[in-house]
Design a protein around this ligand. Structure first.
Ligand SMILES: Cc1cc2nc3c(=O)[nH]c(=O)nc-3n(C[C@H](O)[C@H](O)[C@H](O)COP(=O)(O)O)c2cc1C
Length: 187
């Protein structure tokens, strides 16, 4: 049990048929049995971040979210672009982590997927700045922009485009290599 690693994924879209969530669901098949991979899907329930709420009696859902990330060796974020930035629901979730530090040195990968040709690259660039500010460890080969996503994935979110599939495999491999180098996080 001591060697088990945990990877948590978060989608920036809370839409029921989200392409980004589908991508994360499909990544499960890229992990072997020695890694617990799960999708955290409660960011839509979070209150708006307000420092006044962020005290010892803070929201229970936030406390649980932070604990989930404390236990995670790595995080995979997959998000659409909304109006050239990341969706507010995802930024809100990240804002809840600024003071509590769960992203500090956390191994992270970031995917943006969009039906547009730019693939959400502006949102990704801005998101990477946020992650850098929080001292997250975005792994080498751990960023991916999936443009024209409808031509690269089928309706279940499986990569039908060879280059996209290879890039997703490389991203997951990079995460696994990095977390296997590190000691277990404090829980
Ligand atoms: C409010 C809104 C703003 C959007 N802004 C952008 C944008 O700036 N760039 C882009 O590439 N796509 C934009 N889109 C299109 C999304 O990329 C597209 O709806 C995508 O499929 C959403 O991801 P999901 O399927 O995971 O929900 C926007 C969509 C919405 C609803």
């Amino acid at each position: 049990m001591g060697n088990r690693k945990k990877v948590v994924a978060i989608s920036g879209s809370i839409r029921e048929c989200s392409t980004n969530t589908n991508i994360l669901e499909n990544l499960a098949s890229f992990f072997k049995d020695d890694i617990d991979y799960s999708i955290y899907d409660k960011i839509g329930e979070f209150p708006h971040f307000n420092p006044d709420l962020d005290d010892e009696e803070g929201p229970k859902v936030i406390e649980e979210f932070r604990q989930e990330l404390n236990e995670a060796d790595a995080l995979i974020l997959c998000t659409p672009e909304y109006a050239r930035g990341i969706p507010g629901v995802l930024k809100n979730a990240i804002d809840w982590l600024v003071s509590s530090g769960q992203l500090l040195n956390k191994t992270v990968a970031v995917i943006t997927a969009s039906p547009m040709v730019a693939g959400g690259e502006k949102a990704q660039a801005s998101f990477l700045q946020t992650l850098e500010m929080l001292n997250a460890n975005v792994v080498k080969n751990g960023t991916l922009v999936i443009s024209s996503v409808g031509t690269k994935l089928n309706s279940k979110g499986e990569a039908t485009d060879k280059d996209t599939r290879l890039a997703l495999e490389l991203l997951v491999e990079s995460i696994i290599t990095e977390i296997k180098k590190k000691k277990a996080p404090l829980t």
